[in-house]
Design a protein. Structure first.
Length: 317
């Protein structure tokens, strides 16, 4: 059986993405009713590797693995020998002898790819500089709940369109049949290869891709408005650069005035942590259109479903 990984959002076909989301909805309704990791002789383990700090990813995976009947093995790679003195591929080969799956939250996508190349168990992207596919599964589950589905819905993403969230919204959004608009200032364009790939997927799903500069044009009539922190992890503390980024991105703040152009029942998304008063205002984050905390909650069922699906379709030991 071929081992399946989730390294970026387009590793799932439209039918596969829908199957994972269907399973996530089922698991959310019956939170403790699925225990595929319990095993006949004891719990199976999942390695959770963190090169970067984490709250939601760590807690949702750790709780999720336990609720599936497994043992979450949390490894802070900064305080272990993971990736130090041996190749990532060799480390992944060793871990594969111990665990049922591997989750890696890291920096470059090349690190994740090296782990996947060496692993003989499913590898999941817990966040890289390029993509955040587990977050997008939670986001799409939230869109289903708030909007009744994803097909033919319009999602506008505002702000830093060079980051992992912009890339994942492009790929996962069109895979779900959504019209995806990303809007940011000059100098903040997404990876052209990701835009091209998203367009290819959209041609088969009825979705669409638009790159915009005008935030009002982006949100007009949108069913979903999403944003993210203007300073990504690893960029903090660069005071001059942060100030310049804030000045360039200020027109893309999600506030009540901008949100008034969206659909009447618009859902607002933010993957958190939020910098209140920068990319999003308190009035929106805490307001009636905010789906942000449902979105955070949905990390748990979405990742439980993904792990279950990967193990059932391409899991090893």
């Amino acid at each position: 059986m071929t081992v399946r990984h989730l390294l970026r959002d387009d590793d799932l076909s439209p039918a596969e993405q829908a199957a994972v989301l269907d399973l996530a909805a089922t698991m959310k309704r019956d939170r403790f009713g699925h225990r595929p990791l319990a095993g006949p002789s004891g719990p199976r383990s999942v390695a959770l590797l963190f090169d970067k700090p984490s709250l939601r990813t760590r807690v949702s995976f750790e709780v999720g693995v336990a609720e599936l009947g497994g043992h979450p093995l949390v490894i802070d790679s900064r305080s272990t020998h993971f990736g130090r003195g041996e190749t990532l591929g060799d480390a992944a080969r060793v871990l594969s002898r111990y665990v049922a799956a591997i989750v890696l939250r890291t920096f470059g996508d090349d690190r994740l790819a090296e782990v996947a190349a060496g692993a003989t168990v499913p590898v999941m992207n817990g966040l890289t500089d390029g993509f955040h596919p587990c977050q997008l599964l939670a986001d799409l589950l939230t869109v289903r709940e708030w909007c009744g589905g994803t097909a033919s819905r319009t999602l506008a993403y505002l702000g830093d369109t060079t980051n992992n969230m912009a890339h994942s919204y492009l790929l996962a959004g069109v895979t779900a049949g959504m019209a995806v608009r990303v809007a940011g200032p000059d100098g903040f364009a997404p990876d052209p290869a990701v835009v091209t790939r998203a367009g290819e997927i959209a041609a088969g799903t009825g979705g669409s891709v638009r790159l915009l500069r005008d935030p009002v044009e982006a949100v007009t009539g949108a069913d979903v408005v999403a944003t993210d922190a203007w300073t990504s992890m690893g960029q903090e503390g660069q005071e001059g650069q942060e100030r310049d980024r804030g000045a360039a991105l200020s027109a893309y703040q999600v506030n009540e005035k901008l949100l008034a152009y969206a659909a009447p029942q618009v859902a607002v998304l933010h993957c958190l942590p939020a910098h209140r008063g920068e990319e999003i205002t308190d009035q929106v984050l805490d307001g009636p259109h905010s789906a942000v905390f449902d979105q955070a909650e949905n990390r748990l069922p979405a990742q439980k479903a993904l792990l279950t699906w990967l193990l059932s379709t391409g899991g090893a030991r």
